[in-house]
Each structure stands twice: as C-alpha cells, then as structure tokens.
Unconditional design. Structure first.
Length: 227
C-alpha cells in the first residue's frame, strides 16, 4: 500500500478508463478525484490540491498540452500524461511542456501503480525537510526547488531541478547524458537528445542571472560536470 494518502487528480475524457484508474488507485490508499469541469482544469487543481496529476492528452475544449502549460505557470505538481496518442512526437512535446512521464494506452494497471509510486517518491522524498546541497557557494534548496548564490535566487522547473540535483550530488564527477535522461524519464526510448540540451541551456542561463558563470561544464561525448 502507499506510504501515505497522496492526492491524485485524474483528468480523463473517457469516463470508463478514468473510473478504472480511480478504483485501482483507491485500493492502494491514494485519495483520488476525477476532474468534472473540462473548461476549468486549473480550478479543479486549485480546489483539490493534488500531489500528482494524471492528464489525458485528448480532452474537450483544450488538449492536455494546453492544460499542462497552464498548470506549470502556477503549480509544480508532477504531471503524468496518459494517452493513446503515444507517438514519439507527442511524448517529446509532453516532456517539453513540463510533463514528468507518459503512459501509453492501453496500459497495465500494475505499470500505472509502479510509475505513480516512483514519481511520488522522487518528487516528495524531501517533503517536510529543509534540505540543501552546497557547492562553491551555490546552494540548491531541495525543499522549494530554488538555487541561490550570494543572495541572488532563481526558481527551477521540475526538470531543471532534477538535472541540477543530479549534477550537484555528483560534483567533481562527469554525469553522462544517458544517466540524466534516465533520471528524468525512466526510459531513453523516446527522448530527443535536444530536449536535454535545451534544459541544460536554461539552467546555465538561470545560473548566469544569479552570478554563476560556466559552473556547468560540457564534456564532449561524455556528459556534464560541476567542478
């Protein structure tokens, strides 16, 4: 059973699939709510305050890409896309929009449970703790996904935070691109290499904005390094 009653919001156009997921997740002691108002998914998120969102891609009015983008403007809640439109382009777009994983329909309920549990553990492993990683004056706050240096602070997206955490946990050692992608998405099968490059570029810009220049090094053909 789940270690605590995490709250899961299901945004699913197919009622039968949504109810199936809900019944199964309730058996694992999750607190599950199904979205009713597809005009106002942000309102559903605000009212239910979920710890994780299962988001269908094909929805009435606006698709899952739109709602993921809107949710990301306000919340840092983990988002897992669940869709039959599981071609590589849609999966990469989902990750670029801020998604944390993608489950292709039809799926095994055991796979759903495993992925939900893994993402919740990964996302909330530091819940309730004030925890930081420090390196050369740079401080990564694990409780609020911010990085600071000499009083200046920058907020990180979910993917940026996970990448920088991995690099700082391994400061002084090269972290391969494959290792980073596995950390982010659990599988390399659909990952466009450019997606990782874009995220690292964004991290570097945010670090530069707070006064940290060239702290993330590229090791050609190997990966990235924080010295």
């Amino acid at each position: 059973m789940s270690e605590c009653n995490y709250r899961i919001l299901i945004v699913e156009d197919d009622r039968a699939i949504g109810e199936m997921m809900k019944r199964h997740l309730i058996q694992w002691a999750y607190d599950v709510h199904m979205a009713e108002n597809f005009h106002d998914i942000l309102g559903e998120v605000s009212r239910f305050q979920p710890d994780l969102i299962l988001l269908d891609l094909l929805l009435p009015h606006y698709n899952g890409f739109y709602w993921c983008k809107e949710i990301r403007k306000v919340f840092k809640i983990p988002i897992v896309f669940v869709s039959s439109a599981g071609d590589n382009m849609n999966i990469v777009m989902a990750m670029d929009m801020g998604g944390d994983d993608f489950i292709v329909k039809p799926f095994d309920l055991a796979v759903l449970t495993a992925k939900v549990g893994a993402i919740l553990r990964r996302s909330y492993s530091y819940a309730g703790k004030v925890n930081v990683i420090e390196h050369s004056g740079m401080v990564l706050n694990l409780s609020d996904a911010t990085v600071s240096y000499k009083g200046a602070k920058a907020e990180l997206s979910k993917n940026e935070f996970q990448i920088l955490t991995l690099l700082m946990e391994n400061a002084g050692s090269i972290v391969s691109r494959d290792t980073i992608m596995m950390q982010l998405w659990d599988s390399e099968d659909f990952i466009d290499d450019n997606t990782l490059t874009v995220n690292v570029t964004r991290i570097r810009k945010k670090l530069k904005d707070i006064g940290l220049l060239d702290i993330v090094k590229t090791k050609k053909g190997q990966g990235y390094l924080i010295e």
